[in-house]
Structures are given as C-alpha cells and as structure tokens.
Design a protein around this ligand. Structure first.
Ligand code: SF4
Length: 704
C-alpha cells in the first residue's frame, strides 16, 4: 500500500491525492499530486519554502510517470550480440550477484564500488551505505553530491563544527537588511525562492549579487559585482580587509564566540581593494559599498552556491565568506548568518547518512572508533568488519577499471557520463569495467553503457523522507504503486543482499528503514533520533538535530554556541590562488558552466519532458558581443569550445550578460553538446570538489 494517498470524493470520478514534494531541487517545493481517472496532475501546495509556488520543472514532473521511455523491465547485456535485452528480475539480480562474487573473489572486496546520488531519499542513501559496508564490505562508495555540496560542507564543518546548508529557515532571508548572494542564481535554479527575496526587498532590504554573469538574479540586485571567475576568494578577503580598516568588526562577538581571528586579520591585511580590483575586475567602489552594506546593516546574510564552491579552492573560497560573516558577528544572530544553497533534492540528507566515502549515518566519521562501534551495533555486525574510508567521487570514478581500481560499479540515481568533469575520460573508465550496474527509471547515458539495468520506482511511487536545503526533514508521499515490472531501490538492495548472503536483513519498507536510520544517527552531528514520520506529518517538517521524540527540533543553529569542542566558531586564514588551469595563447578564454531554468542536472529526466524541451531545447555557448565580433561569430551559429580535454559544439548565444573574457555553457546535455567534455578534473584537496566553474578554452567557428 502507498502511504499518504487518500481517496477524494469528487462525484463521478475516481480520484486520489498525495501531499508531497517536487522530485527535483533542494527547495523541495510542496506539491499535491492528484490522479483522476488515470491522469496525474501537479498542484502547488503551500509550504514554507515555496509558499504555493512551483517552477516549470515542478509543474511538469508528473509527465515522466507514464513516459513511453520509462524502464519497466530489467535489461542485461547479451554476451553474444553485445546489446542490452529484456530479462527477468531473477536473471538480472542473479547476474549482478554472480558478477560481484567473481570480481571480489578475483580482486578483493574493494574491487566492487557503489556510486549514489543526491536525489535518493534518506532511507535509500542510508540503505546504500549499509549495503556497501555490510553486504559488499567495500570501502568504495561515494556519490554525485560530492560535486554539488562538498566544498561548502567541508568549510562549514571546519568553521562551525557542523554542515547544515542553511542554519536557519528560509523565511529568515526576508529579515536580512542586506543579503549577499555569491555564485547563486535562484531566479533560474529555484525560482520560488524569489518570493523570500521579494519580501526582503519590500521590507527595505538590499540585495547584492556576486556573479561573473548578469544572471536573472543579478538583474534584480541593487548591486552586482561581476568578478573574473575564480577570484571570489580574493573579493571576500578584500571585503574583510575593508571592514577591518573601517573598524566595522564585531569585537565582542570575536572575543566571546570565535577563535583564530588574528591569523585571518594578518592575511586579509594584504588584500588591498585596489589590488583585488586589478585581479578580479570588481571596482573598489563596489567592494566598499558591499562591505559597508553588510557591516552597517542591523542584520545581514551571506549565501554561497556552486559558483563559489565548484573550484579547486572551493573550500577556501567558502571559508573566506564564512570568515567575513564571523568577523561581522552574523552567525547565530536573528535574521543574520552564513549559509549555502544546496542544489540536489536531497543534497543535504544524502550527505548525512552514509553514502559518502568517509562517513557513517548521522554524519559520523567512518574512521572514528566510537562511531564505528555505534553503527555496527545498530547494524548487528562486528565493528571490525566495517571497511575504512574510501576515496572521493572523481578519484573513485577515475580509478575504475585501472589495475588498482574497482572492476565493478553499482550506480544508483546518478548519470556520471554527463555530470562528471572531464566526462569522456570517465565514460572510458566505465567502459573498462567488468561489470556496470545501473538502477534508474530511464535509460540514462550511463545506463546505456551498463551490463545490467534495473528499473526502479519514481518519486510518486514510494514513500520516504528528504532533507531540504534548510535541514528540514520532509515526507515524500507515494500517490500510487510502481508499475508492473518495477521495483524500489530498497527492494533491489534487499534482493542483492540475499543473493550475496549478507549477514543482516535489508528491510524494504521505508518506514522501517527510517526507524533504523534514527537509531544509527542518534548521538551523531546530524541526529534524527527524535524525527518520526508522524511528527513530520503533524508539522511542516522537522529540523535536525532532533535527538528526542518529545523534545524540540532545531530550526536555528548557533544562537548560543557552535557545536565545536569549545563552543566557538573557528577562523581559518585563506589566500587566493589561481585556477588550476590558467588561460594562455592557445586557450585564451575562461570557460564556466551552470544551469538553465527548464532543465535539471544531467537532464536524464527533464530532457524527456516535452514542455521543458520546448523551453530549453539544447545547449548553447554564451559569449559577449565583443568576443563574438573578434571571432567572427554570429548569434545562433554553431561554435566549438575546445579545452585540453575535449570539446563541445553548440550554437552561439551572443549576449552582453557575460564578460568578454569568459564563455558559458549549461551542463544538462549529452553527446557533442556535453559541457563536461571540456571541464577540468582538478579537485579541491579538502573536499574533492572538481573545478567545474573555470578552465581555459578557445572558441572556434565550425566550418559548414
Ligand atoms: S524550485 Fe526546485 S523544488 Fe521547486 S518546483 Fe522547481 S525544481 Fe521543484
């Protein structure tokens, strides 16, 4: 039975509804799914994050439920023809289990790897981590959230002692007299969030945006800083330099709530605004206006997103903005603070419960003996049987099929053929595997390479929980059962665990899994012990940490102390350094990537929705009119963007909204238009975040 669906009473029609949330981004907009006489429609639902709004992706999400390309039978690659062919579930799962046994008996347990996704529910992410550690006993598990949130997560942990994207509810944005968005474009990535920004403006607040492009969000700002890609860190240090020079720091806050400012003070002293203007292109007057607006406001919030984070110095860049926020005394103050805007639907929960290489449920560290003992106790296995930490996503994928790397990979909810940096190389690594297994509900580009494809349920067909960008745990409620031939991810894991003689059960009921997750997370940084489905149902979600079912949850963190050993936030001095790849005579332009409103992530889903395809039919290369004139390129003409790693082809979109030294392409498309054929695979040394946001390219006309 589905949970949360109810029969409505419209005369003459068979109708049922489920109050749930959008399957896509981390805003997790509230929506009602209604099925009437076999037709499913999406209705907006009042919820604190979206307040009745949806974007085009949410409105059209139900179209995929009965899409003609929906996978409803397992596929296995025929050894004779080399083609994928339909198979029974028994044949498919037997083949996966046999393949795993063969690989592990020949090459060891770590020769099998697991790759998850930031769109999986908490229950699935938890079960996947448990499956890797208990059924496969491999250390190799990581997920695509590594490419989304990891830099902000690492910076948050080292400064605040915890990683919760927003340490306050979204409604707090409206209370900020000054709001600074860094590398964030919610007008395109999560449009309903703009309702909060509109409130902020109507209350007299100022919006400042830092972005190399004049985005739809930047156009709404009171002030737009347009730095050269890769210079945000220097800009942040210059802002702190100005605040320090002007005597705008919160001295009492520094003394009572933080440690380590002296080293930061010495570092930012060298970030003279005039020099940062030369480096970044941001005028001194704009730097001064931004610092003043933040420092002299009664309340201020700084938010970062992928534009600041997806760099080989992403952790340090976020840290620079955290330093600024701390020096101004913002975190923990009403209507103030630092936060990051999580991207994927369960980007927050997906990084808390064990699908990260170094992590156990509850945001515990896998190399912490006490954490291992606790989680092993919940799982009913000896702690010594749990493997140690694995490696971050790109390193894992880049090692596949190599002499020292895994020889088999199980992919759940991810499409690295499109989403990985330097994607052609990763595609080649996937082809080198002995066994590639993909669980998905559509035949993604990665599924097309698989030896076995397992058709799994969609969001409207299963219950579970998601944790949104605020750290608010939500209920995903099923409207209907999966179609015949389709199983849930939990059922897939259970079927494989049985075949692999796993020492413990893998429940298929998500509520049972969540109950176990609560116990496993109890006492950890992301403590869900007091979160129950009934409690979520009775309110608009529950904010973690929530250790006690009868105690309060935590909408706002840091009011009195930070979850560090001494209760204080920690400054870290950080310095600007160039991008991993600088422009040169052969590759004289900066290349940056991002999203468009009508598409989502690797496009596996949204490229198949007719209305979204009409709105955003394909990739494009955005370039400034001056650059276009220099290259002799006209608007709409196909161009080639070439880096040291590969190229993409797409029509030129000539626009003054981008700097003349930078070109942009969205990353939702595959094939010749794949932006990640070009991107750099240099990674942040702390977070493992690849440098998606900057590399060196040249642009060429494609001769007809
Ligand atoms: S903003 Fe995000 S959660 Fe809301 S409807 Fe759009 S994609 Fe869905």
């Amino acid at each position: 039975m589905t949970d949360g669906a109810r029969v409505a009473t419209r005369p003459g029609a068979t109708s049922r509804e489920a109050a749930t949330h959008c399957p896509y981004c981390a805003l997790q907009c509230g929506m009602t799914l209604r099925e009437t006489d076999g037709r499913t429609e999406v209705l907006p639902r009042q919820f604190p994050t979206n307040r009745g709004g949806l974007c085009q992706k949410g409105w059209t999400a139900a179209e995929l439920l009965d899409h003609p390309e929906r996978l409803t039978t397992p596929l296995v690659r025929d050894p004779v023809t080399g083609e994928q062919r339909p198979a029974s579930w028994d044949e498919a799962l037997d083949r996966v289990a046999a393949g795993i046994r063969t690989v592990q008996s020949g090459h060891g347990r770590d020769a099998v790897a697991v790759f998850g996704g930031g769109g999986l529910t908490n229950e699935k992410a938890y079960a996947l981590g448990k499956f890797a550690r208990v059924a496969l006993r491999t250390r190799h598990i990581d997920y695509n959230g590594r490419w989304c949130m990891s830099s902000a997560a690492a910076a948050g942990i080292r400064a605040f002692g915890v990683d919760r994207g927003l340490p306050f509810p979204l409604e707090d944005l409206a209370r900020a007299e000054t709001l600074l968005l860094v590398g964030a474009n919610p007008a395109e990535t999560m449009p309903p969030l703009l309702r909060h920004l509109t409130d902020q403006r109507q209350r007299g607040g100022r919006l400042i945006v830092i972005d190399p492009r004049v985005t739809a969000t930047a156009r709404q700002a009171d002030l737009h800083l347009q730095p050269l890609p890769g210079t945000d860190l220097a800009v942040a240090n210059a802002l702190l330099h100005i605040a320090l020079t002007e005597g705008w720091l919160d001295r009492e806050y520094l003394a009572t709530r933080t440690t380590g400012f002296d080293a930061v003070r010495r570092t930012v002293a060298g970030y003279w605004p005039a020099e940062v203007e030369r480096l970044s292109g941001v005028p001194v007057a704009d730097l001064e206006a931004t610092a003043r607006a933040l420092a002299t406001a009664g309340s201020a919030i700084i938010l970062t997103a992928r534009g600041a984070e997806q760099h080989a110095k992403g952790v340090d860049t976020v840290t620079a903005f955290v330093n600024l926020a701390l020096a101004l005394g913002l975190p923990g103050r009403p209507g103030s603070g630092y936060g990051c805007l999580t991207g994927q639907g369960n980007g927050q929960g997906g990084r808390e419960h064990g699908q990260k290489a170094d992590q156990l449920p509850g945001y515990r560290k896998i190399d912490d003996p006490a954490a291992r003992a606790h989680v092993a106790g919940v799982w009913g296995v000896p702690a010594d049987d749990l493997p140690g930490p694995g490696v971050p996503a790109y390193r894992l994928l880049d090692s596949l099929g190599t002499p020292d790397g895994p020889r088999a990979l199980l992919v759940f909810g991810s499409n690295p053929v499109v989403s990985a940096p330097r994607a052609a190389r990763i595609e080649s690594r996937l082809r080198d595997l002995d066994l590639l297994v993909v669980a998905d509900f559509l035949r993604s580009e990665t599924a097309a390479l698989a030896d076995v494809v397992l058709p799994v349920a969609q969001w409207a067909e299963e219950d579970g929980t998601m944790t949104n960008l605020e750290g608010r745990v939500l209920r995903r409620r099923a409207l209907r059962e999966p179609p015949p031939g389709v199983r849930t991810d939990l059922a897939v894991l259970a079927g494989l665990a049985t075949r692999l003689d796993a020492p413990v059960d893998f429940p298929t009921d998500p509520r049972t899994v969540f109950t176990e997750l609560r116990r496993a997370s109890a006492g950890g940084p992301a403590d869900y012990a007091g979160v129950t489905w009934d409690r979520i149902d009775a309110a608009s979600g529950v904010f973690w940490p929530c250790p006690d079912p009868d105690g309060p949850d935590t909408p706002r963190l840091f009011a009195d102390r930070f979850p560090t050993p001494d209760g204080r936030a920690r400054f870290h001095p950080v310095t600007h350094r160039p991008a991993a790849e600088e422009v040169c005579a052969d590759y004289p332009l900066h290349f940056t990537t991002g999203r468009v409103l009508a598409q989502y992530q690797s496009g596996t889903q949204t490229r198949r929705v007719a209305a979204l395809r009409r709105a955003a039919p394909g990739a494009f290369v955005e370039l400034h009119p001056d650059l276009a004139a220099r290259l002799g390129v006209t608007d709409g003409e196909e161009v080639r963007v070439v880096s040291r790693r590969g190229e993409l082809r797409a029509p030129a979109r000539v626009s003054p909204t981008i700097r003349p030294d930078t070109v942009f392409a969205p990353f939702h498309w595959a094939g010749a238009a794949r932006a990640n054929s070009v991107t750099n695979d240099a990674v942040d040394p702390v977070s493992g975040m690849p440098e998606f946001k900057i590399c060196a390219v040249r642009v060429e006309r494609v001769e007809s």
